[in-house]
Structures are given as C-alpha cells and as structure tokens.
Design a protein around this ligand. Structure first.
Ligand SMILES: [Zn+2]
Length: 76
C-alpha cells in the first residue's frame, strides 16, 4: 500500500511513499479531526491512500490571492 500526495487544487502529483514505513503520527495525520481526515484522505480500490495537500505553486497563489481560499477552503 502506498500513500500518494496530490495537490488539492491543481491535482499535481507531489510524490508517494510506502505506508509500511510511516505511521499516521509521522505524517501529522493524527492531529486531524475525523472530518478533516475525510476531507483530505481518500482510499482507492487497491487500498492506496491519497492525501490532498497544497503544492508550492498553489500555496504561493493563495498567498497572493487570499480570496481564492474562500472558494476552495484549503487547510491552513
Ligand atoms: Zn497545486
């Protein structure tokens, strides 16, 4: 099983890791609420996990255009 990171805005693949090597704690996922986990973590049919994060490009765009965040409501 792998953990795939994609940008939640532009869907750019940001890398993947073998989940056997990491725990929720190391990923920082343990601090999420159940609702947040549902929002940012998805499982596909093969059991792989997709974590939606924000890439550098979109983070920069959001910083320059904060009103964009009202549309997509990213995690801070
Ligand atoms: Zn992006």
């Amino acid at each position: 099983m792998a953990i795939n990171y994609i940008c939640r805005h532009c869907r750019t693949p940001l890398g993947s890791i073998d989940s056997a090597q990491v725990t929720d704690m190391q990923l920082g996922l343990h601090s999420l609420t159940p609702a947040e986990r549902r929002d940012i973590i998805a499982y596909d049919l093969s059991g792989d996990m997709t974590v939606k994060v924000i890439c550098d490009y979109c983070r920069e765009a959001l910083e320059q255009n904060p009103e964009l965040s009202l549309v997509t409501s990213p995690l801070q």
